[in-house]
Design a protein around this ligand. Structure first.
Ligand SMILES: Cc1cc2nc3c(=O)[nH]c(=O)nc-3n(C[C@H](O)[C@H](O)[C@H](O)COP(=O)(O)O)c2cc1C
Length: 142
């Protein structure tokens, strides 16, 4: 039987602006943890905010969520969505990272320059998917 998959989406605020090298380190370490835990996803960093989408086994997401809530590098960690998934959206990407274009100089893999509407687009797609799955569950009566 296929392993259960869930997704979570949160938004948070940065305590102090995180320097680029610290940010690269944060992402690289998170990727290592995520590979071990079977988590894939996307982290968007713009101005003083983060938005992260993570998908993987529910128990692994529970562990990640607990860690994120007590990580002193950010605050106001707000869960925006959590929902079941039938298939991954970020297969093969332990943590895509979208940030300011100057991150290109660090030659990170899985980096994309952030676009103005990236957070809004990610939020809208997750809410649509959450509602879609919820509706499907109601229709089939499961
Ligand atoms: C914005 C942000 C995103 C993070 N994303 C991840 C992540 O995707 N995976 C992960 O393991 N840790 C992530 N971390 C780091 C965790 O909060 C935690 O520091 C890390 O998992 C180390 O946990 P440990 O103290 O148990 O070793 C993130 C931290 C921040 C501030």
């Amino acid at each position: 039987m296929a392993q259960a998959l869930e997704a979570l989406l949160y938004r948070s605020q940065i305590v102090n602006r995180i320097g680029p090298l610290h940010m690269v380190l944060l992402v690289e370490r998170a990727r290592l943890y995520n590979q071990i835990a079977g988590i894939t996803g996307h982290l968007i960093y713009v101005d003083y905010s983060f938005m992260q989408y993570a998908e993987g086994p529910p128990a692994a997401l529970d562990v990640l969520w607990r860690k994120l809530q007590c990580d002193p590098r950010h605050f106001a960690v707000e869960l925006l969505a959590r929902f079941p998934l039938t298939q991954r959206r970020y297969r093969g990407s332990s943590l895509k990272f979208s940030g300011q274009p100057y991150y290109q100089q660090y030659q990170m893999t899985g980096f994309a320059p952030v676009q103005p509407d990236d957070m809004a687009t990610l939020l809208a797609s997750c809410l649509a998917q959450q509602q879609g799955d919820g509706a499907a569950l109601c229709v089939t009566g499961r």
